[in-house]
Ligand binder design. Sequence first.
Ligand SMILES: [Zn+2]
Length: 367
Amino acid sequence: YNNEHLSTDDRYYINYILSANKLYYNVLNNINFDIPKKFEGKNLNIKYLNNLIKRYTRRYKGKVPYTNKINSFSIDTGLYRYSKNNTNENYIYIASMETRKRVPIKLRDSNKYNKTLKIKIIDNVVRIHIPLEVESKENTNENIIGIDKGYRYLLATSNGNLYGEKLNYYLSKETERLSDKNKNRNRFFALRRKYLEEGNTKKADNILKNNLGKKKYRKNKNKHNETVKSYINKNIDKFIKSEKPKEVVMENLDFVNWDYRYPKSVKRKLSRWIKGYIKDRLEYKFKLNSIEFTYINPAYTSQICSKCGRFGVRNGDSFVCEYCGEIHADINASKNILERKYDKEIKMFTSYKKVKEILESRVADIK
Ligand SMILES: [Zn+2]
């Protein structure tokens, strides 16, 4: 949006890469790949554009945390088979990296599937996840509704309603807990180092065992995550039930910044999965209920007045237009988001600068 030096083809190429996971992965990992046919013959500086994608990814996503231990992976049909062992117990045999060597896993039931399976390993327990096909419900609604991901709320709608007003409370609580927890862990790490330097390995080991336990930490974290997830789901359901949308207009949540007063490292960890989760659940529930959803260019939707189109001042939950007065900032934004759907000039990839010019020219005449 911001880079006005990019041509329409450049933008198209970047968007294409971003929406194709495999290609995006190749770009980020410097793996060579064939440029899609549709871009052949266009005047594109692929190397420059790929570097740009990498740079922007680093800038906006931050450092992506990685674990050395992968605890989940998918396997396609053909890479596993079911069989009983010689004592008549049910097993699944999963292909491994070694040729002809399959890894046997004992099953608790005799169900057999012929689908891509997701294997998860948590605390030495192997779980097999099987995707189910769900039929969409019929939708006879008429409403087209704009939504905004709020500053403190889960959703604000162009009808003037708010959903999930406690989301921020749950998140703040968890961020505080994580901050405290990290402080404690750092203290124990220091203590452990001290014991090791003194040669007191027994005390050092005790600290590792009792105070730096990953299991308890993970259990608490999971418990919190489940609470947040169920809260998000409950409120999306509430939104669908009360607003009865036929179509929902929204901004792509990938681009939304969340504002917290907590350390960057902590909030990044939290907000990344939360944003991804909200996006996934919205899309899932919209598909399930046959609700169309449309993404729009969100540039300046939180900065202009939804009544007169002039630029106003946003202060936390409140938006003030010099001419029209005060309105809830997120509701104002969701009204603008809905309007963007019908905007003849501002398209998905219109640059920020251009959007600003257009918006300013519209209000230049009214004084
Ligand atoms: Zn106004």
